[in-house]
Design a protein around this ligand. Structure first.
Ligand SMILES: Cc1cc2nc3c(=O)[nH]c(=O)nc-3n(C[C@H](O)[C@H](O)[C@H](O)COP(=O)(O)OP(=O)(O)OC[C@H]3O[C@@H](n4cnc5c(N)ncnc54)[C@H](O)[C@@H]3O)c2cc1C
Length: 427
């Protein structure tokens, strides 16, 4: 049976694996750590702003599995916080297990502790990927979803050192860019000041380490906005972070907390001594990244040039998704791009024509527009998300933003792509 090999088991890798499997391929995920979901183990915010429309469109295209789990394991549904509406928050302390179970139940093989370090190529095709211990994993098509953060050297060079984030490079070895092993040069994102990479934009506090009043508000409302004393306000931090959708004064003038199981603090890092000066935070403890008092992971250092089939330029059977495929921020963005990459990888195994989502679909427009904008001068300073910044504005202008499920479903039906990812194409 044709085989699709997925490198990296974050949200993009899991989504790719599911759509390739449903298309009829044999699928294996190679993940360097002992957990699926990568950065998805520390995020949690779904369905906020335009992500609602993207989620519903992806479900109509046939990618319902992962969204069903994020909805089911939510701490809060339909909440608002500064600049964001109707968010669903999944519980980051519970989400990995059901996703892992779903993947295994679908008959997808997962190999943990499997860091890919090299490739074996023939002409413009990958024949096999090579693991750290020398084992070769052969396949007919490959999907690279290794993300864009790490290894440690990059967090040191472009950030404040290894922040001991969930990717745990010191224990499992750093990310490796597979596309660059194939000879394709990575694109690197820059900040507004021209420096490379961007700081991840949030950290987690142990909820129980906060005052009872804050805990109660988080448990009941899902969100708590605590004004910062004047001397602790810092607008500069807004400029260095990945998540441009949170670059609003409300996030530098206040501590904005979201209940993700932990208390997610919407700031890249926060000096612990200073944090403890804020009423209610006297005993605050940081749980992610462990060194969140000093820094955070650095992202957007490794994006592969690709076409709108999600195929890496210059390698016939390598597909990319998630942060590897663009300056993308978000779980939803990773799942939407991953679903298409996995589906096309399965098609490429049997020499079938590939699918490009039309630009009169939201996800099709997102994939094509971001690809085009990234390659323009200063395009490396842009970040793309359905939740805010330039793309959410575009969504609204083009009429793609809607929370009405039937409007979104009609859009997908009109282009004849309802249930695309549910179709078995390899018999
Ligand atoms: C602190 C933080 C908070 C966030 N909060 C949110 C949020 O609330 N909502 C939201 O939508 N987004 C959020 N994001 C962004 C979101 O998490 C990411 O954009 C998205 O999850 C990226 O998914 P990915 O699959 O592309 O990459 P990753 O999650 O980075 O996954 C890559 C995977 O590949 C593996 N890997 C790397 N190299 C190799 C190799 N050589 N061999 C094998 N495996 C390898 C890694 O171990 C990892 O599991 C947050 C990000 C951070 C850091």
């Amino acid at each position: 049976m044709p085989k699709v090999v997925i490198i990296g088991g974050g949200w993009a890798g899991c989504a790719s694996a599911i759509s390739a499997k449903k298309a009829g391929a044999e699928v294996v995920i190679l993940e360097r750590t002992d957990l699926l979901l990568g950065l998805g183990n520390v995020g949690g915010i779904m369905r906020n702003n335009g992500r609602y429309s993207a989620t519903e469109e992806a479900i109509d295209l046939g990618a319902k599995e992962l969204f069903e789990i994020t909805d089911k394991y939510s701490t809060h549904v339909n909440i608002d916080f500064p600049g964001h509406n109707h968010a669903t928050i999944y519980n980051v302390t519970k989400i990995e297990r059901p996703v892992r179970q779903k993947i295994i139940d679908m008959g997808i093989e997962v190999k943990f502790f499997s860091r890919v370090v090299d490739v074996e190529m023939e002409d413009k095709k990958i024949i096999a990927v090579i693991l750290e211990d020398g084992e070769k994993i052969k396949g007919d098509a490959f999907v690279e979803t290794t993300g864009s953060s790490g290894p440690m050297g990059n967090c040191t060079k472009y950030g404040n050192g290894c922040a001991m984030c969930v990717l745990r490079c010191p224990s499992f070895g750093g990310r490796v860019s597979i596309s660059s092993r194939c000879g394709v040069e990575d694109m690197i994102g820059r900040r507004n000041n021209g420096e490379y990479g961007a700081f991840s934009g949030s950290m987690k506090l142990l909820k129980e380490s906060l005052s009872e009043e804050i805990q109660k508000e988080l448990n009941e409302k899902g969100c708590s906005v605590v004004p910062l004393p004047e001397e602790l306000k810092n607008e500069e931090k807004l400029d260095i972070k990945v998540c441009q959708q949170y670059a609003l004064p409300a996030f530098s003038n206040n501590i904005v907390l979201i209940d993700t199981g932990h208390a997610k603090l919407m700031s890249p890092f926060f000096n612990l001594e200073k944090l403890r000066l804020v009423p209610g935070f006297e005993g605050a403890l940081i749980v992610d990244p462990y060194s969140g008092g000093k820094g955070n992971s650095i992202r957007y250092l490794s994006v592969a040039p690709r076409d709108n089939y999600m195929r890496a330029k210059g390698v016939d059977n390598l597909f990319v998704a998630g942060e590897k495929s663009g300056f993308y921020v978000g779980h939803t963005e990773a799942i939407c791009t991953g679903s298409l990459a996995g589906h096309n990888a399965a098609r490429s195994c049997i020499g079938m024509y590939l699918i490009q989502l039309p630009t009169n679909l939201l996800i099709g427009d997102f994939i094509a527009y971001s690809n085009n904008e990234m390659s323009k001068p200063d395009g490396d300073k842009l970040r793309f998300t359905f939740a805010g910044s330039i793309y959410f504005n575009r969504m609204k202008e083009l009429g793609f933003y809607s929370t009405d499920k039937s409007t979104i479903c009609d859009r997908v039906k009109k282009v004849g792509l309802e249930g695309l990812y549910n179709k078995k194409i390899i018999e």
